[in-house]
Write a protein that binds this ligand. Structure first.
Ligand code: SAM
Length: 274
């Protein structure tokens, strides 16, 4: 049940056009393993018939499902730990002093997958910085995948998911148990503004950002897309704001207007002062 080279090419083109994700030539096995379950769910007897039904039609729900099936949604609570430690120990205490008169802080979790990243941030703020309670704190979380965005908005996680990175004390404090699942409390969910955003296309109006978490998503894009997106992040960041990328990602050789800033065991980026 394998795809032909031209079928794979058709998927690569669709995914590139709609999400900017570059599927390398050696990723055919990945496409097959992701599209076979989708083909079955949608009532096709093979991946080939799924692809054949895409070709003559304009972009519709099925095209979107194919694109979403090709996204990698791996995430976890407090992923990589050290970026959150940098926020807790250094960045947030400093911002709380600097923004004492405006009492305003803005965060963006770009490509938030199923929501563990923005909720980690909400828990960190609530648990460690109670003085922010009367501040105007905006946390925007965005995703390309409508399925992931719906999961994030629901904030409901399996036992396996809450076992990954979430301290038991925070689970008990901020989640309610529903059968074998855990749902983050509604008052925390309401603190996050969820949006559909394709990073490769126009962004909706966003406020000037103090912290942008854009982690583990640029890796899927081509060079020009990465450069374009980093240039737009630069416009959006406040002059003393911070950008966090994933552990294998960097601005180096893509946008040298950013400089690396190290906090203990993590690196983040700030716009270089002129
Ligand atoms: C590996 S997850 C990263 C989740 C989270 N940021 C983290 O580091 O744990 C990558 C996410 O990027 C999203 N994504 C892929 N292409 C995108 C695009 N063009 N615009 C916005 N999000 C995209 C995928 O749907 C996926 O949920």
């Amino acid at each position: 049940m394998t795809m032909t080279a031209s079928e794979f090419d058709c998927i690569r083109r669709l995914v590139l056009e709609e999400s900017a994700i570059v599927l390398e030539a050696d990723k055919q096995y990945l496409a097959e393993s992701r599209l076979l379950p989708l083909a079955r769910r949608e009532g096709f007897d093979s991946i080939s018939s799924l692809i054949a039904s895409l070709v003559p039609k304009k972009f519709d729900g099925l095209h979107r499902k194919v694109v979403e099936a090709m996204t990698t949604n791996e995430t976890s609570f407090f992923r990589d730990f050290h970026p959150f430690e940098a926020l807790r120990k250094s960045i947030l205490p400093e911002f709380i002093m600097r923004r004492a008169s405006s009492k305003e802080l803005n965060f963006w979790s770009a490509a938030c997958s199923s929501g563990q990243e923005p909720y980690s941030l909400v828990m960190l703020l609530q648990n460690e910085f109670p003085s922010l309670a009367d501040w105007n704190v905006r946390i925007v979380a965005s995703e390309l995948s409508t399925e992931m965005l719906a999961r994030a908005q629901e904030g409901r996680y399996s036992q396996l998911e809450v076992n990954r990175g979430l301290p038991a004390s925070l689970l008990v404090k901020y989640f309610q148990q529903h059968g074998s699942d855990w749902q983050i409390r509604e008052d925390l969910r309401r603190q996050v503004e969820f949006r559909t955003v394709n990073l490769a296309e126009n962004w909706p109006p966003l406020p000037p950002m103090d912290v942008v978490l854009m982690r583990n998503v640029l890796i899927y894009f081509g060079l020009d897309t990465k450069k374009r997106i980093l240039g737009r992040v630069r416009q959006l960041l406040r002059p003393d704001g911070f950008l966090f990328l994933g552990g294998t990602e960097t601005t180096f050789n893509l946008d040298d207007a950013f400089e690396r800033v190290r906090f203990d065991r993590t690196i983040c980026y700030q716009v270089r002062k002129a």
